[in-house]
Ligand binder design. Structure first.
Ligand code: GNR
Ligand code: NI
Length: 166
């Protein structure tokens, strides 16, 4: 097991589109284990492989209070979305920045789990937000890309300054 290094905005590697997982072998299983460990350690409620510089369609999520409801989605695909909600979002790749983002309220997502089984999940609230946020990562998109360019520019300057002072 290992804690993986999380890339920070504006790292260009965060803009890579992830490829479909073709086969769930032991290498992929190990990536999933390390991603859960990295997410729980951060701590975060979700993590996309893109954030740890692995460009395959893998996300891990746990929005539960007691951190005992792990969800792994491989090749996730949103098959329906409706309604709207606005939530204050944060991102492990955009440290210490929190902004309201509008997303669909109700979604249905299709994916395969870590055992290679097809799963279908219909959900709302924070789990819905988190799934949409993680799928954005796999598509090379960050929540700051859903803000105004002025806000995004300010966040970029702030993070560049932070990284310089480290
Ligand atoms: O830990 C996280 N919290 C969070 C809060 C509101 C909306 C989305 C998230 S996901 C984030 C972890 C992360 O960066 N996942 O990509
Ligand atoms: Ni994120």
């Amino acid at each position: 097991m290992a804690i993986l290094k999380i890339l920070h905005f504006p790292d260009s590697r965060l803009y890579t589109k992830a490829k479909q997982v073709k086969q769930i072998d032991s290498k992929i299983q190990n990536v999933i284990t390390d991603m859960f460990e990295t997410m729980y350690a951060a701590p975060g409620i979700g993590l996309a492989a893109t954030q740890v510089n692995i460009h395959q369609q893998i996300v891990v999520i746990d929005v539960s209070e007691n951190k005992n409801q792990p969800i792994c989605l491989i090749n996730p695909n949103i098959t329906s979305a409706d309604g709207q909600q606005s939530t204050e979002e944060g991102c492990l790749s955009v440290p210490d920045i929190f902004e309201q983002v509008k997303r669909a309220e109700n979604i249905t997502v299709q994916a395969i789990n870590k055992d290679g089984e097809q799963i279908v999940l219909t959900t709302d609230g924070i789990l819905s937000v988190c799934i949409q946020h993680e799928i954005d990562h796999l598509n090379g998109k960050l929540f700051v890309d859903r803000l105004s360019s002025l806000k995004r520019q300010r966040i970029k300057q702030k993070l560049i300054k932070q990284q310089r002072n480290k």
